[in-house]
Write a protein that binds this ligand. Structure first.
Ligand code: ADP
Ligand code: MG
Length: 617
């Protein structure tokens, strides 16, 4: 028995594809406002969109007929034939967003065209028209979506926490705001203004959304070709993150996800990033709409490129060029090339510059003459005839040289202390410690039983980790007050995350207030924290929390301490003075686990004398 489903049931089922959560409705409504050429778009939400989503625009507005029509499935003003898809300049074209939204919520529409005297007010609930009347309202359109999924309890129950749903909404808001810096946007959540973005340049928009610190991190990208125009920004590699947070691709101002293009970016940055870090980027591709297909996914976040490989290549080379231009790509570093290392000469010995000794009496032509005389050859001399000019003189030279080398070798052999070697394996550092730094990475010091080699960065991470962990456990943080309190600007998404780890951050020794919505005021920091690094530290803490939030939650003190230790530790490549070296050695061996790094790698190894002896056999 086959029956045709009634419209409202079909709509409800279809709605599942387009509207999965409040954020999907936000996306569709905001895109419609952009398509209506609005220059000012306001998004107002309550309870993370669960009770209210309102989008107000100053765009074209609709007349009475359109105001009713827009809720019909496949009702669109944006295309009329399938061919129009290949010249598409609008975000929407499927004509199903409003039909879907109206099927699962209570919708109120107010709209007025510029030349109309009165506007129209219309309500619809679960696809059912409730009312329609004339009203006074400003030019443009306002959609209110109330009680989303009110008639689909299963869906409503599946919604996540307010915080999580709010985060989804923010993601959509940010994507659209980034793509349209020429449009003013505002976002009000539970009556609190979260964003107020005026019309601005792409760079300003980025900074308004992600914070002032981004201004210095951005490297512009610009490339115009026949196939594609690339513009936007890539973040300097040193600000790459462990999470894939800020990776934005827009094609013709539409946010898309593309692992393939992401690969092009990673490829362009090869060698500039640490293994587990991801670049941040905000890239805009402009392509002839005929050369892409956006209609492969109902939410239109995936697209197909006709000429994927060329775009990949162009993108990659555009990025490489930008990075090179702004001196981000590494220059050759000869100082670390072992081929160029000068060998250590023995103490007290001066280096001799090589001298060229010339035998003033040597004349090859004379000799040739002689040979020619005896061999009576036709004037051409074989190479052999040159082989032994002034034999005796040359022999003397080599003898002298050999003696010199012998001398050198004798001097290079260290004098062995005649005292017997203690072969005790236990670790002991002598009274008069002799320690030095090698290649700005290792610290070498002598032990009774051999040589101790410490990895400076890992060792310091271990030291700080144990100290921070202890202060977290005792809840007695050692904090130092900052001379100048520091203001840190967080994106709303990051602020939400920050609130989740706030208590631990405090227990660690940070002293802060939240004077405004996106603003942290840091007054004090844990010991060994450099004032200039505070925002980097908060950033990397949020980054690793984002990345590993589940494990982090289970063992937050461990992750907190680890993250801060990593930020504050001495890095490979840093020159350390002898006092610092000695302090590090002492602190390392005061640790509970001195030999294991916080990532379970060795912090130090011992090269034992008997092993050395073995190797000289
Ligand atoms: P689509 O965007 O795919 O065309 P929608 O269901 O989102 O489909 O919208 C249907 C139609 O309603 C649009 O084609 C447009 O004509 C009209 N419309 C929707 N939102 C607005 C708006 N904010 N301002 C003016 N017209 C709008
Ligand atoms: Mg639409």
């Amino acid at each position: 028995m086959i029956t045709l489903l009634p419209d409202h049931v079909a709509n409800q089922i279809a709605a599942g594809e387009v509207v999965q959560r409040p954020a999907s409705a936000v996306k569709e409504l905001m895109e419609n406002a952009i398509d209506a050429k609005a220059t000012d778009i306001k998004l107002i939400i309550k309870d993370s969109g669960k009770t209210l989503i309102r989008v107000i625009d100053n765009g074209s507005g609709m007349n009475e007929v359109d105001a009713r029509m827009c809720f019909e499935r496949h009702a669109t003003s944006k295309i009329s034939t399938a061919d129009d898809l290949f010249t598409l300049k609008t975000k929407g074209f499927r004509g199903e967003a409003l039909a879907s939204i109206a099927a699962i919520a209570q919708v109120e529409l107010k709209t007025k065209k510029e030349d109309a005297e009165l506007g129209i007010q219309l309500t619809i609930e679960g696809s059912e028209f409730k009312s329609q009347e004339a009203c006074t309202c400003p030019n443009g359109t306002s959609f209110s979506i109330k009680n989303i999924f009110f008639n689909v309890p299963a869906r409503r129950n599946f919604l996540k926490s307010d915080r999580a749903e709010y985060k989804y909404i923010l993601d959509e808001f940010i994507r659209i705001a980034l793509a349209h810096p020429g449009v003013a946007f505002s976002l009000i959540n539970n009556e609190k203004e979260q964003y107020q973005l005026p019309k601005e340049t792409p760079r300003q928009r980025l900074v308004s959304l992600f914070g002032k610190k981004y201004n210095t991190r951005l490297v512009p990208v610009e490339e115009k070709t026949d196939i594609v125009n690339v513009s936007g920004f890539i973040c300097k590699p040193e600000f790459a993150k462990k999470s894939r947070g800020e990776q934005f691709f827009f094609v013709n101002d539409r946010f898309i996800k593309s692992p393939y293009m992401n690969h092009a970016v990673s490829n362009a940055m090869e060698g500039l990033l640490q293994g587990d870090h991801h670049p941040s980027y905000f890239l805009f591709l402009e392509i002839d709409p005929a050369k892409i297909d956006v209609n492969i996914h109902p939410t239109k976040t995936e697209i197909k490129f006709e000429d994927e490989r060329s775009i990949y290549a162009i993108l990659r080379s555009a990025l490489k060029r930008s990075l090179g231009q702004y001196n981000i790509a590494p220059s050759l570093d000869f100082s670390l090339n072992p081929d160029y290392q000068v060998p250590v000469t023995s103490k007290g010995k001066t280096i001799k510059t090589p001298t060229i000794e010339v035998d003033p009496d040597f004349n090859p032509f004379e000799q040739e003459k002689e040979i020619g005389k005896t061999a009576l050859s036709g004037g051409f001399s074989s190479s052999k005839s040159f082989s032994s000019p002034t034999k005796s003189a040359k022999g003397k030279h080599w003898e002298a040289l050999f003696e010199e080398i012998q001398e050198d070798m004798n001097a290079a052999i260290p004098e062995y202390e005649s005292q017997p070697l203690t072969l005790e394996a236990e670790f002991e550092i002598g009274e008069n410690r002799f320690a030095f730094q090698l290649q700005k990475r290792f610290i070498l010091t002598q032990l009774k039983s051999g040589i101790l080699i410490i990895d400076q960065q890992r060792a310091h991470e271990r030291v700080l980790y144990e100290q921070y962990f202890k202060s977290l456990q005792n809840n007695r943080p050692l904090s130092q007050q900052l001379l100048f309190p520091q203001e840190i600007h967080l994106s709303p998404g990051d602020m939400e995350l920050f609130k989740e780890i706030m208590e631990d951050v405090e227990a660690l020794g940070f002293d802060f207030t939240i004077p405004a919505d996106h603003c942290l005021m840091i007054n004090g920091v844990p010991f060994e924290t450099k004032a200039g690094e505070v925002d980097k530290i908060i950033d990397s803490m949020l980054d690793s929390y984002k990345n590993e939030s589940d494990v982090w939650k289970a063992d937050s003190q461990k992750y907190m301490a680890g993250s801060l230790a990593q930020s504050n530790a001495v890095k490979t490549g840093k020159t350390m003075v002898i006092e610092e070296i000695n302090q590090l050695i002492d602190e390392l061996f005061a640790c509970e686990l001195p030999f294991i790094s916080i990532h379970n790698k060795p912090t130090a190894i011992i090269l034992e004398i008997n092993e050395l002896i073995k190797r000289f056999q």
